[in-house]
Write a protein that binds this ligand. Structure first.
Ligand SMILES: [Zn+2]
Length: 150
């Protein structure tokens, strides 16, 4: 799966970069607005104190896998890949990506037989499929992934 959840330490950044990183308003989509509505509709407003921001733009495109979004639960940051801030991206797809990350904050991780942490559990997938445009979004992802890779 191209979507991955990363829980890594934040690299120290220059003040200027940090400031840019805190932006939720993109050119086409405002992540804050989308987040609030999803939180209301699907999580009963349970997610509190989260920062939902566009990630930094990278100069080079990934070749093999594309990370749409990440969540860092320690400091409550959901970061969305800025390449999704484009007019050809349907709003319901971006909503699905955000929903996926938000779901990580409410569905507990499990530990596998070899002690490895599993974040995409059966329960996680069950709840993910409850998202209204889940099938449409997965199909769109499959059909359009190449546009994000090179
Ligand atoms: Zn995930």
């Amino acid at each position: 799966m191209p979507k991955k959840t990363k829980r890594k330490l934040v690299h120290p950044t220059l003040p200027m970069q940090r400031q840019l990183n805190l932006q939720h308003e993109g050119r086409y989509f405002d992540l804050r607005t989308i987040f609030e509505r999803l939180n209301e509709r699907h999580f009963r407003g349970r997610l509190r104190g989260y920062n939902v921001i566009w990630g930094r733009r990278r100069r080079h495109r990934p070749k093999e896998s594309f990370i749409f979004g990440t969540i860092q639960e320690e400091d409550r940051v959901i970061r969305i890949n800025p390449r999704l801030d484009q007019p050809f991206v349907p709003k319901w797809f971006l909503e699905y990506i955000l929903y996926h990350e938000m779901l990580h904050s409410v569905v507990p991780d499990e530990t596998g037989p070899n002690g490895q942490r599993r974040v995409h559990t059966a329960e996680f997938y069950r709840r993910e499929r409850e998202f209204p445009s889940y099938r449409r979004a997965r199909r769109w992802e499959e059909d359009n992934l190449a546009r994000f890779l090179r």
